[in-house]
Write a protein that binds this ligand. Structure first.
Ligand SMILES: Nc1ncnc2c1ncn2[C@@H]1O[C@H](COP(=O)(O)OP(=O)(O)OP(=O)(O)O)[C@@H](O)[C@H]1O
Ligand SMILES: [Mg+2]
Length: 361
């Protein structure tokens, strides 16, 4: 936010000096849209205090359709009193320019998901828009741009003419969120959206960790897990989210374990996994389990299936293999846990598999 505000300060301190353009890129859920909107609010506020009439318009190019749709949304936000009927898109852009001039207004125009628009609708309006600003010299520059896209690749498909107009002076890359940043984001949301004590710090960390690791640090993914886990807790009439609800949410959003991953395991591995699943189902508050606990559950399972249990060293090795197979996770203390699958679902699946093995024998 600071970088962006700084970049657009010229538009407030020396309004009309030049048409500022910045390109923001970053993967999904890295906060591009949220940040741009906040920056827009901040800039409008700063400008107001300085007596500059600055409008921030944020256009989501994915939800506008066609050239006319795009220009319409721009006008609706930037010049709501302009009549829309009876003009073509390019005429409307010139009307917008005149409007800004007549009213001595300045505009920061964010074209969000511009890559999507260019792919679907083509570049001519982008050309016209950016041309508006430098075709006319010796008059104040009234339109500044924030372009937002997932990555730079859309510029490769631009014609030379458009590219030379478009050219942003600055680029800003949004990296994926890290675990502790996701914790902050989730905490904010929990405060707003959940009853007190419904979501523990452990659960927040669990979601943040899984998002950093499996969700590309996508904040939207983290929030979706939180929401979906909350729904699951509601359905179970629990007053708080339990680890099983998070695992269920993850299983629904994008299953981390494929059936084949489990089917392919050796019998010893399956029995350890079954012990882990059962134990986690019982220990409702636990995200990870101490190995000793898993071992005792494992012995019970072995007894049930009439199998000689392996020793501690071998158990350690089996846990390692399960981790390598991607079916479990292990924390720093080498305590195993599950994610991406509900313990209850995994348990049923394993029991069926092991039953089939028995009837085959
Ligand atoms: N720093 C943050 N603080 C609080 N909430 C955030 C933050 N960053 C992102 N979010 C929230 O995460 C969600 C996704 O963020 P946002 O929409 O900004 O992502 P994006 O980078 O625009 O993704 P996309 O490329 O898919 O459009 C939104 O609900 C947003 O409010
Ligand atoms: Mg966005």
């Amino acid at each position: 936010m600071e970088k962006l505000v700084k970049f657009f300060r010229v538009a407030i301190d020396q309004p009309g000096m030049l048409s500022e353009r910045i390109l923001i890129t970053g993967e999904s859920g890295t906060g591009k849209t949220a940040t741009a909107r906040k920056v827009g609010d901040a800039l409008e506020r700063i400008a107001r205090n300085r007596g500059v009439d600055l409008i921030y318009a944020h256009i989501n190019c994915r939800t506008t359709s066609g050239k006319f749709g795009l220009v319409q949304s721009i006008i609706r936000q930037a010049a709501p009193t302009l009549p829309l009927r009876g003009y073509g898109p390019i005429e409307l852009l010139h009307a917008l320019w005149d409007y800004l001039n007549e009213h001595n207004k300045f505009l920061i125009l964010t074209l969000d998901e511009i890559d999507y628009y260019l792919r679907r609708t083509g570049e001519d309006i982008i050309y016209e828009l950016t041309r508006l600003t430098d075709a006319i010299t010796n008059v104040p520059q009234r339109i500044n741009f924030m372009f937002i896209a997932r990555n730079h690749s859309f510029m490769r498909d631009m014609s030379q003419e458009t590219l030379s107009r478009f050219r942003p002076q600055e680029r800003l890359e949004f990296p994926p969120y890290l675990e502790d940043q996701l914790v902050d984001i989730l905490k904010e949301r929990v405060k707003e959206a959940f009853r007190e004590n419904a979501v523990s710090d452990e659960i927040i960390t669990f979601i943040a960790r899984n998002t950093a690791k499996y969700g590309n640090g996508d904040a939207r993914y983290a929030l979706l897990l939180l929401l979906s886990a909350g729904f699951a807790a509601d359905r179970d009439e629990q007053s708080a989210i339990l680890p099983e609800h998070v695992r269920e949410a993850q299983e629904k959003t994008d299953p981390k374990i494929r059936d084949e991953d489990v089917t392919m395991l050796t019998d010893d591995e399956k029995l350890v996994l079954l012990a882990l699943a059962r134990h986690l189902k019982r220990e409702k508050e636990a995200i990870f389990l101490p190995l000793e606990g898993v071992e005792s559950s494992y012995r019970v399972v072995c007894e049930e299936y009439d199998v000689e249990p392996v020793g501690r060293v071998m158990l350690h090795a089996l846990v390692k293999q399960l981790k390598a197979a991607g079916v479990i996770t292990v924390n720093e203390k080498f305590e195993p846990g599950l994610n991406g699958v509900k313990a209850e679902v995994l348990e049923k699946f394993l029991v069926d598999l092991l039953k089939r093995r028995e009837s085959d024998a």
